[in-house]
Every structure is written in structure tokens, then in C-alpha cells.
Design a protein around this ligand. Structure first.
Ligand code: NAG
Ligand code: NAG
Length: 209
């Protein structure tokens, strides 16, 4: 019974780690201000001045909050230690809700990212924010072409709402699975105990008679 439990827990533990095994991830967690110009996002920007590469909108497509895109990157310089900035419009967020924005990239394209979230200057009562992604290349190669002009890096940009402020929505399926598996393990363990109990009782009875 202990072995069975251990197996299930090891299995679910493995499952929890599976998404982070194949790619590198950088993330930022933020809360959407309830009131215009309120909240903890101190950096206000003029969105129309920046190069916006795409948008993620929970209001329009709650199931598809993923943007797969090639981001420009540079080697860090003294004037631009964080390389090149790209901006993603986060449209129609729920005021007061907590979100997580993630950038995932393949380990085969060594890069570093910095993420931050900013309010636009003209923010009305609605809740549009901008995600800033700064990207640098972090490799060394003898190929001078690649050292002078790093190729863009293919990334997945993911926006995740926290349910009840604690659990990222995308983890919900894994969370449910863990709960179901724990139930199955408990039930299986219970059956094994009953079975063992039966054997023991039968053994005792055989001895007595
Ligand atoms: C924002 O930037 C755009 C483009 O540079 C400019 O036309 C507009 O006046 C700016 N808005 C504000 C509020 O500064
Ligand atoms: C350098 O890398 C570029 C891009 O991958 C490639 O096209 C080029 O052939 C490489 N040059 C050398 C000398 O290997």
C-alpha cells in the first residue's frame, strides 16, 4: 500500500515538473489596478510610441492566451544592458485580478529576458496593460555573422489568470489530475488493506480451526 501511494505521488510529482523540463521560462506576476492610475504599476507609458508586436486578450479568447512569435534580440551593450524591447498589449484584463505572464524559449537558443508590466498613459476605466519583454542573446560563437547579428529567438508568450488569486488557470488540469490520482491511490490502498485484512483473518481462522 505504501509502495502504491509512493508510486502515484512520484508520478504526479514528475507530471508537475514536466512543463518546465523542455524549455526555459521567465515570468512576471502582477495585479491589475482596480482604478485608473491606481495600483502598484508605477511605470506609465505612451503605448502608441512603442513597437507593439501582438496582443493577448482574455476577454476575446480565454482559451488561447498564447502568442508564438520571434523576438528580436541583441548582445547587451553599455547603453542597452537589457538588449531590445518588444511590447505586447494585454487587452481587457479583469480589474483587481492577478495574472502571470510567461516567456518560454528553447534551451537551444540561449537568451535572457526581462519582463515588466506597464499601464498606458491613456488608461480609462478599462484595463489594458503592456507587457515589456527585453531580450538579449547569451551565447558565444566563433561565427562572426552570428556574433554581429543574433538571430531572433522563437518564444511562447503565455498569459495566465490566477483563479482565486492562487492557482494559475493553465495548471488547473494538472491540479485536477493530482486530486483524481490521490483519490485513486487512496481507494486502491483501501482495497489492498481490505484484501490483506481478509487474508490475515482467513489465516487466523485457519490456525484456530
Ligand atoms: C503618444 O505618442 C504619440 C506618437 O508619438 C503622440 O502622437 C501622442 O501625442 C502621445 N500621447 C501622449 C498623451 O503623450
Ligand atoms: C554562420 O551562421 C550563419 C547563420 O546560421 C550561417 O549561414 C553561416 O554559414 C555561418 N558561417 C560560418 C563561417 O560557419
Amino acid at each position: 500500500m505504501v509502495g502504491l501511494d509512493a508510486f502515484f505521488f512520484f508520478f504526479t510529482w514528475l507530471l508537475l515538473w514536466a512543463p518546465s523540463a523542455k524549455a526555459n521560462t521567465e515570468k512576471v506576476i502582477f495585479s491589475v489596478p482596480d482604478a485608473p492610475s491606481g495600483g502598484a504599476l508605477e511605470n506609465v507609458i505612451n503605448g502608441s510610441e512603442f513597437n507593439v508586436i501582438g496582443q493577448l486578450s482574455p476577454a476575446e479568447s480565454p482559451e488561447k492566451l498564447l502568442l508564438r512569435i520571434e523576438l528580436p534580440r541583441e548582445f547587451p551593450t553599455e547603453s542597452a544592458p537589457h538588449g531590445v524591447d518588444s511590447w505586447v498589449l494585454l487587452k481587457g484584463l479583469k480589474p483587481g485580478a492577478r495574472y502571470e505572464a510567461r516567456v518560454c524559449w528553447a534551451a537551444t537558443t540561449p537568451s535572457d529576458f526581462w519582463l515588466s508590466v506597464h499601464s498606458p498613459l491613456d488608461n480609462g476605466p478599462g484595463s489594458d496593460l503592456y507587457l515589456k519583454i527585453s531580450a538579449i542573446a547569451s551565447y558565444y560563437t566563433t561565427n562572426t555573422t552570428l556574433m554581429n547579428n543574433p538571430e531572433p529567438v522563437l518564444v511562447d508568450i503565455i498569459l495566465d489568470e490566477y483563479l482565486l488569486g492562487i492557482l494559475p488557470r493553465s495548471l488547473l488540469n494538472v491540479g485536477l489530475f493530482v486530486v483524481v490520482m490521490a483519490g485513486v491511490a487512496w481507494y486502491a490502498g483501501f482495497q489492498v488493506i481490505r484484501w490483506l485484512d481478509g487474508i490475515t483473518r482467513k489465516g487466523l481462522k485457519d490456525k484456530v480451526t
